[in-house]
Design a protein around this ligand. Sequence first.
Ligand code: SF4
Length: 348
Amino acid sequence: MIARALLRWYDRSKRDLPWRRDPSPYKTLVSEFMLQQTVVATVEPYFGRFIARFPDVASLAAANDDDVTALWSGLGYYARARNLRRAAAAVVADHGGAIPASEVALRTLPGIGPYTAAAVAAIAFDARAFALDGNTMRVLARLTGERRPIDLPAARAALHARGLVEVPRRRAGDFNQAVMELGALVCTPRNPDCAACPLARDCRARAEGRAASLPRKRPRAARPVVRVVCACITDGARVLVMKRRRGLLAGTWALPEAIDRGARLRPKVARGLAEAAGVGVAGVAYRGSVRHVFTHRDVTAELFRVDVDARQERPPPSDDRRWVSPDGLAALGVSTFARKTVRLGVGR
Ligand code: SF4
């Protein structure tokens, strides 16, 4: 049993994080959505702004996707923002505004998978659940000396079962946070600090000298490489941005883009993007390329500045088309990639 040693360590060592101050089920829900695939240091400032703007489940349920996505700008995985708003709406519509306490009920909310359901049930309601994510999996894989790659479902199931067995009757939420915290601060992916670890005595990987080589993972397929042409269509003061309708960045705003079909065609493609948006073109100039490595793909954009022909009428804004100043981008939901392309396009 590891709970006692771990909780003692947690009480001494836990970080003062904004969602741990004056905690509530709503704050736990928001923080767990934000922390999916994202490290604490990145999430902290976003969390503060988000809670200031949407202090409770009712205010978030009443918001629209654009407002929520705008506050999420730069945090990535934008489907989380839309799902979080939809989850809040479902809490209001189906649960009388109270976030459900059980893993089973939480799983019925949009965007909530096994990890988030277990984390919220345990942290907010002290339910005996165990949240298996990258950090907790690494700790358990080392503790148990798991030899199978942890991306195998059977290995994950075994680690989850072990985690569940270890959850104490009292302080289930703190226990979950303690394992997460240990993975973040001590049992780190590289150079785990076994000398400072409260679980050192029970740890199989440490005893066998395998801490640095666990957990094992199957080799990852290479990220697909995507090349696009991007058009920074501008009247000198503002740029035209379009709302993405598909993919992981759906709901965010970006410069119009099209698949890159080779250097010779690029200026034509850039001009075509402007014309397809109903804009008259006065000139097209190459500005350079922007590369951004997402977790799911490696994108390079060849960027063209397209100057608007001032004599022609410009298409009005619509649900998925806006003219914004580069500084006004902050008020929209834009990805880091989109920000980089605008910056290069307007020369800032
Ligand atoms: Fe991780 Fe080392 Fe602690 Fe084992 S003893 S859980 S490898 S930090």
